[in-house]
Design a protein around this ligand. Sequence first.
Ligand SMILES: Cc1ncc(COP(=O)(O)O)c(C=O)c1O
Length: 256
Amino acid sequence: MKRDDLNGLALGGNKLRKLGYAMAEAREVGANAVITTGGVQSGHCRLTAAAANRLGMKTHLVLVGKEPETATGNLLVDVLLGVEEIHYVEGDSYGKDSPLEEKVEELREALSARGEVPYYIPNGCRPLHGALGYAGCVREVVNQLHELNLAPDWFVVACGTAGTMLGLLLGSLLYCHGEARVVGISISRPKDFLVELLKRGWEKTLEFLGLSEDIPGGESLIFDEYVGEGYGISTPAGLEAIRLLARREGLILDPV
Ligand SMILES: Cc1ncc(COP(=O)(O)O)c(C=O)c1O
């Protein structure tokens, strides 16, 4: 297990490697505020707020879902981190012209009108930033395993916006001669949708790097039969896995 929960800020998580690139871009354009979005229990929003604090920027969140009576979990951490403002939009509303995008646009205009310089980070970060961040993770894994005289054969990873998986595939190409394979386990979307997302992300990322190579293994390997009733809704098998890891290894997995 690669312990990216231990990566340094506000309880850790996979989004931090992506945010390294997103926040660098925010600084480059002179931003003093970031706007980002996610579910009410978004780990991405929690880490964005933490990273923004380290860089002296304010965080504005637009969360998809109902405002809960009491803040718990990641939302409670958002509050502890002193997020400047939290807006809620209802419904499954990602995508162009959605209530979410409208709210983000409204915020962007309001902040700019006040003389602030906002930088928008889409939910889960841009695919390119995920790709660069998680290629870096592969380099780290390769070095760590090298000390044990091992090399990675397979990476198994949760797949939501597919940025993490895209980065592991890129890392396999750059640091494992494309020999390490990657399996993605969907957290919400159907397999075909994710395969297409990865294909587009791969093309864009390789174009950015000036490379022309196939995805390691030739195709993206995704399993979507573990989603259960939907994103963030625990399944009995998922809860059993949490208990197993807690009792055997003392590791606490994320119920999302
Ligand atoms: C709980 C959880 N795990 C894993 C992921 C996967 O990350 P990615 O968006 O890079 O596919 C997400 C993402 O969106 C998530 O919400």
